[in-house]
Design a protein. Sequence first.
Lengths: 361, 422
Amino acid sequence: MTVLAKMRTWLDERLELDDLIAPLRKKTVPLHRLSYWYFLGGITLFLFIIQVLTGILLLLYYRPGANQAFESVQYIMTQVQFGWLIRSIHSWSANLMIFTAFAHMFSVLFLKSYRKPRELTWVTGVILLVLVMGFGFSGYLLPWNTLAFFATKVGTDIAGQVPIIGHPIMIFLRGGEEVTGATLTRFFGFHVAVLPGLVTVLILFHLLFVQRQGMSVPPKVEKEWNANPSAKRELKFFPNFVLRELIAWYTGLGVLGALAALFPWNLGVKADLFASAPAGIKPEWYFLFMFQTLKLIPSKVWFVDGEVLGVLIFALAGLVWLLLPFFESDRVARSKQWITGLSVFALAYVIAMSVYGYLAK
Amino acid sequence: MAILRNKFRQFGTASATAALSLLVLAAALSYGQTKNSCLDCHSVLPAPQGVTQETFSQDIHAQKGLTCVSCHGGDASSDDPDKAMSTKAGWKGKIDRKQIPQLCGSCHSNPVYMRQYNPSLRTDQLDQYHTSIHGKRLAAGDTKVAVCTDCHGVHNLRAPSDPRSSVNPVNVASTCAHCHADAAYMKGYGIPTDQFAQYNTSVHHEDLMVRGDLSAPTCTTCHGNHGAVPPGVDKVQNVCATCHVFQAQMYDKSSHKAAFEAASLPGCVVCHSNHAITHPTDAKLGTGPEGVCMQCHTRGDNCDQARAGLLSGLTQLDQAIKNADQSLAVAESAGMEVSAARMEQNQARDSLTKARVAIHSFRKDLVDQDVQAGLKIADKDLKAGQQAMVERNRRRAGLGISLLAIAMVLAGLWLYIRKIER
């Protein structure tokens, strides 16, 4: 008996590991022409793990505060051994994670994986996407550079436009009337304590739901399999699917390393609270579609302030999006069409507005 | 009963408030209707007698409560022109040009009177005016020279801080040019009339009008305003020194000062000119068309050699800064973090500025101190840029090795999957 096997037996005697692993051995994943979409959620999880690990390493040197934040990131980038790599991977991974989360969401929509009984998986997923964007918004300010400072100013200003609760929310986010060092320490708290806690709990629920319900099979494939049961194929979750997932994660690691080494994340210029905003300031790409929409809405629509109207429309759209599975009924085929149409429109809108926002001056 | 009394008291308070309001309203209306019969006629008269209420209301004197009578005398309360403009009522009519400085001075030279309007305003303008070329010529009977109203305006006179004022810093040069750039008007005075055209090409004009620096020099900064005179040849450096302090200190200790004074040469102006003063470049120390040293010195003499040494120091530092900038820009475009070195480059640039100031001492040892300090920083920053590129290459090599390792793991995983699924 090898040492490893001895250790395993020792642990099994005490923790009954075999019972724990047994369901995973039985678990299967449907194998069909669209199976590769199943990897997106796993890649997003991988990037989240990377974020946690690199985030912890950054925490060893990062110092929140208007007088120290920029300098500490500068120190990480220039003086700390491999600091540049950790910081660049953290920034690139953050952006890729938001991208894969969006891609995962749309793949779930188009493969109709949100339907009963997976409504709660969808709801936790949408909340996770919002929280991940919150990670992006709060983390963007932490290096305390000019672009981040003004993007936060604009972003929190927009939050302040919401009627009645907007102003208190803005004060809460900023820690005062203006974006200052108090906002930075606040965002730091959200970024390293509040959001990770919430996201970890939600990810656990999200994964638990996926494990309990198994992978959803797209309706078209299901129909084909029902017509021809011999065509139905499955893959063992462990080790076959896990090994494939590992290939995806390793590829992700290579891409991350290449991006960090070839295009190190720029630090920018330290924020100056008294300087005027640079011309053509824009938020990060994942907020661009909302930002550009708000810019296009006229300042007054009928008697309502344009920006307020925009914020309210997005809030309403977010709520509809969150509850999307509940609008779909098995009985009415038209509602399925309606949701697919909405999904196509939403994807086209997000892409078109993001490109327009990127190109617009 | 008590309630009733309170009600009466309330009524009493209300009626007293109403009566007081009426009183204030009546006073305000009567104030607004203070009689000024002068404007009744003069507002419809053509220039120069014409003065409208609108024009006069913008005059700082009108805003402080003064009226036509304050300068012209007479009785503005009478509708009868004969009474209003009677000598009996003290009417002075149109003020004679010769009398204008004295008339203005009757208030503006009185500190006690002026204190009630503007305690910080100087009251020596008239005394200064008497010492000016304008004042002296006026006293000698030349009425073409400038008097108070020529520069400050009349009937719509504004505070100098008002950008619309003819004596606001941005308008001073045009105000002076009104006469001094008019060749026909200035004929007979024997002074050039191209100062304004020259000033418009100068670095001072650019600072004031383009960059909006209101402290930048205009005519009055160097010549004085009420006591305007051309600075004497030997006093030019004192005028320039009011702003260019360090240059003046260096020049005062230099061998050039005594030499220029002995040759009756006007200090700073010899190299920098006066009204058309341009942004100085290092080429001034050269032997090309912009060079100034060879106006007096001979090629190959000791001074020429010293000049070449000074120029070489400045050129060397300037080039070193450019090289470091370029090196850092290349590193930056490769995504490397070199902002600390970028910041240090400002110190190198400061050293170059200090070296250029030290040129006014005409001492190589002093100039070299700043040049060497700047070279040290620029050299360090150049190396920082080069080091960043070495680091960039090292990162790429590291990436290559890592990708190779990852590719091997991926191949291993793929082979293992094939093996277990066979």
